[in-house]
Design a protein around this ligand. Structure first.
Ligand code: NI
Length: 402
């Protein structure tokens, strides 16, 4: 091998080309997953297909890691750090309306967030890196995860020990509002925290025409819905984004009966870990005090589901350097922050790493595609080989001698 061809730019060009050569296989694998989506914690067939592909590539696969999750390691000839790459495998309870020839064959279940593509890209990376095994100083761990959509899978995988010995972790998500062929990165916070609140209100039911003999939890619940908004607008800096949404409100069964109880369920999203830590106290105080003012009793259950997703600066810089080498600086943009959640944040609480966006949408100027979680969500499959090459390059560059 000549000095020139062993330079890192030649390695990157090689990875990009090798990825492109896999395109038709990656597309076929992704379409098969797309036809056969499985909901969170039910990804058994998907997991079996992934495990079979990994084994065919010579990997030893550890299955059943956190529900249907699995890991496989690629160990280089020289000792060094361990870099983990992660993909999610689950689909959503959505009825697909794309009309595509490979649309979901399961009623009411759809890969509407592109996790079929993520799984395919990571498999592609496992294949590309297996060919580069001799260059590795250290180990690559491939993590295929269950149940991202319900914020359960990453926690289960961490509990199963998938991060044991891992020094850094990287992952990506497709983004239909960014053109395929582009990448978006961001230092610091990228995605919001996800918490859940459940408020059980107890009053005293009675006749709808005789309210003075009752304690009405519907009126108290309505006041709480409005009052909780002051936790955002009056207590937190307008420069710290927070969303408080009550998505479910249930009380009563009859038009002329004041019910005994009311139940409110909602979600809190924040963008700064410091703010997230204050939300439980605010919600409990506001809901409790408002309920008391209306003579009701409130029981607030606050559940932290997923932290703010904060990438590590050095790892973001690494992804940016690799991206620029692979596709050029012109194809990398700064990611806009979002309050949507992603349980990759759980891994980032344990080890340094970076999560980034991979464009999966139409080129600029074309009609915009439907967004993530939409029944007509589609992605441009040209992102598949690029995603595979990019993930492979992120690990290879981190673990190669040069
Ligand atoms: Ni997703």
């Amino acid at each position: 091998m000549s000095a020139a061809s062993s330079s890192s730019s030649a390695v990157f060009e090689g990875l990009l080309d090798a990825g492109r050569q896999l395109e038709s296989e990656l597309v076929a694998f992704r379409r098969d997953l797309h036809r056969n989506p499985e909901l969170s914690l039910q990804e058994s067939e998907t997991a079996a297909k992934v495990a079979a592909e990994l084994r065919a590539l010579g990997y030893e696969v550890r299955t059943g890691m956190g529900a249907h999750g699995m890991i496989a390691d690629l160990i280089g000839p020289v000792a060094g750090p361990t870099v983990a790459l992660r993909a999610d495998m689950d689909a959503l309870p959505i009825q697909e309306e794309t009309g595509l020839p490979f649309a979901s064959e399961k009623a009411g279940v759809m890969h509407a967030c592109g996790h079929d593509a993520h799984t395919t890209m990571l498999l592609g990376a496992a294949r590309l890196l297996a060919e580069q095994k001799d260059k590795l100083r250290g180990r690559v761990r491939f993590i295929f995860q269950s149940a991202e959509e319900i914020n359960a899978g990453a926690r289960l995988m961490v509990e199963a020990g998938v991060l044991d010995g891992v020094d850094e972790i990287y992952g990506l998500h497709n983004l239909p509002t960014l053109a395929a062929g582009k990448v978006a990165t961001r230092f610091g916070s990228l995605m919001g925290s996800v918490d859940r609140i459940d408020i059980a209100l107890e009053g005293k039911g009675g006749h709808g025409a005789i309210p003075d003999q009752t304690i009405d939890p519907v009126v108290a619940g309505s006041a709480i819905v409005m009052g909780l908004q002051t936790a955002v607008s009056r207590e937190i800096s307008p420069f710290s984004p927070v969303v408080v949404t009550i998505g479910k409100l249930h009380a009563g069964d009859a038009y002329n009966v004041i019910p005994h109880r009311a139940e409110l369920t909602g979600t809190i999203r924040t963008f700064h870990p410091d703010v997230q830590r204050t939300m439980q106290e605010r919600i409990e105080r506001l809901a409790g005090s408002i309920a008391e003012a209306y003579r009701c009793k409130a029981k607030v259950t606050y559940t932290e589901m997923s932290p703010v997703l904060v990438s590590t600066d050095a790892c973001v810089a690494h992804v940016e350097q690799v991206t620029d080498a692979l596709i050029g600086r012109d194809n990398r943009v700064e990611a806009a922050p979002t309050l949507a959640g992603e349980d990759f944040a759980i891994y980032l609480q344990q080890v340094p790493g970076c999560f980034f966006w991979l464009g999966s949408g139409p080129q600029e100027g074309a009609e915009q595609a439907f967004g993530l979680h939409h029944p007509k969500f589609t992605l441009h499959e040209e992102c598949l080989p690029l995603g595979a090459s990019l993930l492979a390059a992120v690990a290879l560059k981190r673990l190669s001698a040069g």
